[in-house]
Ligand binder design. Structure first.
Ligand code: HAS
Ligand code: CU
Length: 567
């Protein structure tokens, strides 16, 4: 966009004005807050273990000094499950319920949403007990033949069931709105939330079958064995798209709120919709890119999944350009000139804004690593090495988590009426997290190139095994210390806000920073984009084509294996 281009105002007057004020129903705010805080507490416990993991990569074993943990693997299971699976699912529930509800002005079905919260929390408690009691050190991918306690699988199954209940509620709210507003397309945030949920419904089928048909009966002793290849394939049916189930709620904020916080506008509503539609279509039929080195899957199908993975990179590239251009509008409105001059004019002093833009920057590196992983020929070089945790700490650990942090800096005050404890400390927390994770990402990717394995107690290896990787190992250890500081800073801000006395008045409580709505008449391309169930059917067809030949073959030729416990 050139410096003298007119500020991108919507072409037509908004046809529909979303509610940006706090929900008038107290219980709606409460249940949203309950989802957020439960997720954040899970994150706190998981994140406190993270620096110990980083120390492991520096060759220092701190796990043996912790009285409440029996092993490195128990700690790693707790870390992965709480951070990647639990924190994200709870936080997403808050996003995918509250924002569509406010945007559409359709109230939540409160008894149902509270029931969802209790199912999800019940699942967390049951799985948590299984891990803490040292019965289920199976890591967050729980590959058979490693066998956990049935409570572990049951607990996770309940978390998934609850997430599908949330999906049902999001779809219901759109249905109610559609009935009230015939001839209009779904407003943007609700549209994005609905597509995220449809994607998740399709994505979750794999893990539901894996857990309900195989792992639960197996761990209860009802069936003797499980075929590891079949289980892994079902796992990755869900395991790849789940990363977009974590990412897309963050994208909702990047598209529909951050431009407003930057004083700009969303430059293209329809491109945003197209990106989400592409995620619905291409998120799921790509799981074999986690199984490039697995036997039992024909190389031709691996190639197909590799190619489709490149397709699913496209909506993120669209996002990079649309969101950057939308921020540019804000920077230029604030007086920024030239190709880069606008960047300095962005509201960097606001922690809510900065955290999210730092998250975006981390995703440039996380995404680039993802393209390497997705390449059939390159992945064997880094598969199962420290590179992989390097990749996913830049994606889910920073792009998503730091976005969620940024959101809490305005959203928790919005929900509770409490003032943010300290914007300055929140800025420090965000920058330390960003710097810590960038250094961690550097150290881990670099170690991966020396084939330092992931998921191993490095300090137990014979002296000198990883001598070549001494520099990146040291860097990783240092990042662990920085990240420990970041965790302390962030949670000081969070709890300082929640338990602090300072309150907003009703007038100065933060409002939802929705970008301005645009033309919503259901015609042409907009109508086509809005035919969400038709697109869902197409996505399901694509998944069937990509998976059924391999899965049917595996189902017919199962080699069931008994469970192992290595601890
Ligand atoms: Fe991945 C492994 C491929 C994205 C998470 N990934 C993982 C694992 C996790 C994970 C958890 O193909 C490990 C699983 C395990 O335990 O084994 N990943 C990809 C690809 C993408 C990708 C192609 N991953 C993610 C996201 C994640 C995530 C997102 C979590 C949220 N990943 C793989 C593969 C493997 C893998 C293989 C298996 C490897 C193996 O060997 O095991 C793509 O979606 C990435 C596309 C992203 C981009 C970047 C776009 C940039 C944007 C930012 C713009 C910046 C702006 C800022 C606007 C192309 C949108 C402007 C700034 C101003 C100041 C103005
Ligand atoms: Cu993947």
């Amino acid at each position: 966009m050139s410096a003298d281009a007119p500020a991108a105002a919507p072409a037509t007057a908004p046809a529909y004005a979303p509610a940006t004020e706090v929900s008038p129903v107290r219980s709606e705010r409460r249940v949203t807050f309950a989802f957020l805080i439960t997720g954040l507490i899970a994150l706190l416990v998981g994140a406190l273990l993270g620096p110990l993991q980083a120390m492991n990569y520096a060759g220092i074993d701190l796990f043996q000094h912790l009285p409440f943990l029996q092993s490195y693997y128990q700690g790693l299971t707790l870390h992965g499950v709480l951070n990647a699976l639990v924190f994200t699912t709870f936080f997403n529930a808050g996003i995918l319920l509250y924002f569509p509800s406010r945007e559409l002005r359709v109230p939540l079905n409160l008894p149902f949403v509270w029931a969802t919260y209790f199912v999800m929390t019940g699942g967390l408690v049951i799985a948590g007990i299984a891990i803490v009691s040292n019965t289920s050190n199976v890591l967050y991918t729980f590959y058979p033949p490693l066998m956990g306690h049935w409570g572990f699988y049951l607990g996770l199954a309940l978390v998934v069931v609850a997430s599908l209940m949330v999906a049902f509620e999001t779809l219901r709210m759109r249905q109610v709105w559609k009935r009230q507003n015939p001839g209009q397309v779904t407003p943007l945030v609700a549209y994005m939330a609905v597509l995220t949920q449809l994607m998740w419904i399709l994505a979750s089928i794999g893990i539901v079958i894996e857990v309900v048909v195989f792992l639960l009966p197996w761990s209860l002793g009802l069936i003797e064995g499980v075929d590891p290849m079949l289980a892994r394939t079902l796992f990755w049916w869900t395991g790849h798209p789940i990363v977009y189930f974590w990412l897309l709620p963050a994208y909702i904020s990047w598209y529909a709120m951050v431009p407003k916080q930057a004083g700009g506008s969303l430059v293209s509503d329809s491109l945003a919709r197209l990106a989400f539609l592409m995620f619905l279509l291409f998120s799921t039929p790509v799981g074999f890119h986690h199984q490039f080195t697995d036997p039992g899957i024909p190389a031709g199908w691996k190639m197909v999944h590799s190619l489709l993975t490149m397709f699913v990179g496209i909506p993120s590239l669209i996002t990079a350009f649309t969101v950057a251009a939308s921020l540019e509008v804000g920077g230029k409105r604030a007086g920024g000139k030239g190709v880069f001059g606008w960047i300095g004019k962005l509201p960097w002093k606001s922690a809510a804004f900065s955290a999210q833009v730092l998250a975006m920057i981390s995703f440039i590196f996380g995404g680039a690593g993802g393209i390497v992983n997705a390449s059939f020929a390159l992945d064997p070089l880094i598969n199962n090495t420290a590179w992989i945790p390097g990749h996913f700490h830049l994606t889910v650990g920073t792009a998503v988590t730091l976005t969620f942090f940024g959101m809490t800096f305005w959203w928790i005050p919005h929900l509770t009426g409490k003032r943010l404890y300290s914007n300055r400390l929140a800025l420090w927390a965000s920058w330390t997290w960003f710097v810590g994770m960038m250094i961690f990402g550097l150290g881990m990717h670099w170690q991966g190139l020396y084939a330092v394995p992931r998921r191993s107690l490095i300090s137990a290896a014979p002296e000198g095994t990883y001598a070549e990787a001494a520099v990146p190992m040291m860097i990783t250890g240092v990042s662990g210390v920085i990240l420990m500081v970041a965790v302390i800073l962030y949670f000081t801000v969070l709890f300082g806000t929640i338990f602090g006395r300072a309150r907003h008045t009703d007038d100065d409580r933060p409002r939802i920073p929705f970008v301005d709505a645009v033309e919503l008449r259901s015609i042409g391309v907009m109508k086509l984009l809005d035919s969400v169930y038709g697109w869902f059917a197409l996505a399901a067809l694509l998944v069937a084509v990509a998976y059924l030949p391999t899965l049917v073959d595996m189902l017919l030729n199962q080699v069931p294996i008994q469970g192992f416990q290595l601890w």
